[in-house]
Design a protein around this ligand. Structure first.
Ligand code: GTP
Ligand code: MG
Length: 193
C-alpha cells in the first residue's frame, strides 16, 4: 500500500461524533498496552499519529484515522485495564460494543494479542464475541521481537488453541517492522472486494 495521506479525522466519545461518510474501516482491538497504537503508526509509517505510552489505558476514545482519503483505521480503547475505574471500564465496553455492532462500514477487526502470553479470559471472551458479529476477524500476535524467531510457531499455536479460533493469526513486530506486509495484503484484499 502506498500511503499518500493520513490524518486523525475524529476523536470520539459518542456515536454521533463518528465520521458520517461511509468508508471501509479496519478496527484495532485488544487489551490495554498490547500495542494497538504502535502498530497503527508503523503500518502508516508515522511516528506519533496515534499516541503511544508505556502507561496502559492511553487510548480512551475511539479514534478514526483517514488514509488516502479512501479508508480508515479505527483505534479502539484497550480493554482489561484494572487501574481504570469500573465505571470507566463499563463506559469503554459499551462504546466498543456499540461501534462493533452498529458500524456498517466496518470491514475487518484486527484482534491484537501479545505473542508472549497465553490469551487471558478477557481475550477469550472478546474473541468469541467477535466471531459472532459476522465481520471478518484476524488475530495479530504483537511484539514478536520479544521472543526468539524459532519460538513464534509454538506461541501462535498457544494463541490458536486458547482462543479456539479458525481465523488467521499474523505475528508482527512494530519494533522490528516485521509482518506488516502480510497485514497490508489482507487489507488490500478486503478493499478490492
Ligand atoms: P492502550 O492505548 O493503553 O490501550 O495501549 P496500546 O494497545 O495502544 O499500546 P501502545 O501502542 O501504546 O504500546 C504499549 C507499549 O508497548 C509501548 O511501550 C510500546 O512501545 C510497546 N510496544 C508496542 N509494540 C511493540 C513491539 O512490536 N515490540 C516491542 N518490543 N514493544 C512494543
Ligand atoms: Mg493506544
Amino acid at each position: 500500500m502506498i500511503i499518500r495521506s493520513t490524518e486523525l479525522e475524529a476523536t470520539t466519545v459518542r456515536p454521533d461524533q463518528w465520521p458520517k461518510t461511509m468508508l471501509p474501516e479496519f478496527a484495532f482491538l485488544g487489551r490495554s498496552n498490547v500495542g494497538k497504537s504502535t502498530l497503527l503508526n508503523r503500518l502508516l509509517n508515522r511516528k506519533q499519529l496515534a499516541r503511544v505510552s508505556s502507561q496502559p489505558g492511553k487510548t480512551r476514545q475511539i479514534n478514526f484515522y483517514l488514509i488516502n482519503q479512501s479508508f480508515r483505521f479505527v483505534d479502539l480503547p484497550g480493554y482489561g485495564y484494572a487501574a481504570v475505574s469500573k465505571q470507566e471500564r463499563q463506559r469503554f465496553a459499551a462504546m466498543i460494543d456499540r461501534y462493533l455492532n452498529d458500524r456498517e462500514c466496518l470491514r475487518r477487526i484486527f484482534h491484537l494479542i501479545d505473542i508472549r502470553h497465553e490469551p487471558t479470559k478477557d481475550d477469550v471472551a472478546v474473541h468469541a464475541a467477535l466471531l459472532e458479529l459476522g465481520v471478518p476477524v484476524s488475530v495479530v500476535a504483537t511484539k514478536a521481537d520479544k521472543i526468539g524467531r524459532s519460538h513464534v510457531p509454538k506461541h501462535v499455536k498457544v494463541i490458536r488453541d486458547t482462543l479456539r479460533t479458525p481465523v488467521d493469526i499474523w505475528p508482527v513486530s512494530a519494533e522490528k517492522r516485521t509482518g506488516l506486509e502480510a497485514l497490508w495484503a489482507v487489507m488490500e484484499g478486503d478493499l478490492a472486494e
